[in-house]
Design a protein around this ligand. Structure first.
Ligand SMILES: [Mg+2]
Length: 302
């Protein structure tokens, strides 16, 4: 690498995107999506792009992440070498706590510049390309289930075979009715899973979760609030359907405790929760070490 490159400037934009239909979840409705776009430019004219995609009830706000980037993270890297990505993200960690989405956006923009300098895709900076396509999982979260089942039929005809039902935003009978209708219609041609997004209290959860055992679900995701690790561990212990932890695990400390307590069979890893692609990958390795011979799986969700 003959030429050196320094970060010259950065811009932050908040983009609000309308959604085609309101999605309901155990933690509230989503009617539009706000995302933060970061653009870093080097003194040699290269541009690196990154995105922070927070969800206010889950991780944080777009405005908070945009401010963290504009006022703290970007000013701190002006004049820096984009290849110092580890050093710069460590500095960001020491400068402002939390805001993992802003740190993920910063990392992506730096990796984008590195890839452009070297003329290689980002996956070559991360250990290689493991797969070049993934199966689409579509979330069904429309309070009007007749619309949802018609959509599931169309998508299934188009080749979508995984559906995640968002549960816990109406009553239990509504959730059971939807699963029954989907199984009646598609039998075992669908991979079905459900996600409560923390929508139940621990004392009401167990009898309801037992009702789902006969639907051959691939997993039940985050039935109770993130801090109730004891309830998550109990469900994992007594239910046959695998339990997935999502909101309960953001960072390596939570992964360590979660794996030790066996709060789930499957942990959902997301680059927005863990603060970047490389951190999510480290979390996965940490998890594998901690769980040893247990049946715990780790799945990367972007
Ligand atoms: Mg989830």
């Amino acid at each position: 690498m003959a030429q050196s490159h320094k970060i010259h400037s950065g811009r932050v934009r908040i983009v609000e995107l309308p959604v085609a239909e309101v999605h309901s979840h155990g933690s509230g409705d989503v009617g539009s999506i706000k995302t933060v776009i970061v653009e870093l430019t080097t003194d040699t004219g290269l541009t690196g792009w990154g995105e922070a995609s927070p969800w206010p009830v889950f991780t944080g706000t777009a405005e908070g992440n945009a401010n963290a980037l504009s006022h703290y993270f970007i000013p701190a890297i002006i004049g820096a070498d984009p290849f110092d990505v580890d050093v710069l993200l460590e500095q960001a960690e020491k400068t402002v706590v939390r805001y993992p989405e802003a740190k993920a956006a910063l990392e992506t923009a730096l990796l984008d510049i590195m890839g452009k300098v070297l003329g290689i895709p980002i996956h070559d900076l991360l250990g290689g390309c493991h797969r070049d396509r993934v199966r689409l999982s579509f979330s069904l979260a429309n309070p009007d289930f007749e619309e949802d089942i018609a959509k599931a039929e169309r998508l299934h005809d188009d080749g979508v075979g995984i559906f995640k039902l968002k549960t816990g935003f109406k009553d239990h009978a509504f959730d059971l009715m939807r699963l029954q209708r989907l199984r009646d219609k598609f039998q075992d041609r669908l991979d079905l899973r459900i996600d409560f997004n923390q929508g139940m209290t621990a004392h009401e959860a167990l009898p309801r979760l037992r009702d789902f055992e006969s639907f051959r679900l691939s997993f039940i995701e985050q039935p109770v609030p993130r801090d109730n690790l004891e309830a998550m561990a109990h469900f994992t212990d007594v239910l046959t359907t695998p339990i997935m932890a999502d909101e309960s695990v953001f960072n390596s400390r939570e992964a360590f405790i979660g794996a030790r307590m066996r709060i789930a069979d499957i942990f959902s890893l997301k680059i927005m929760k863990s603060g970047g692609l490389r951190r999510a990958s480290r979390l996965e390795r940490c998890g594998h070490r901690q769980v040893g011979g247990y049946r715990c799986l780790w799945r990367l969700h972007v």
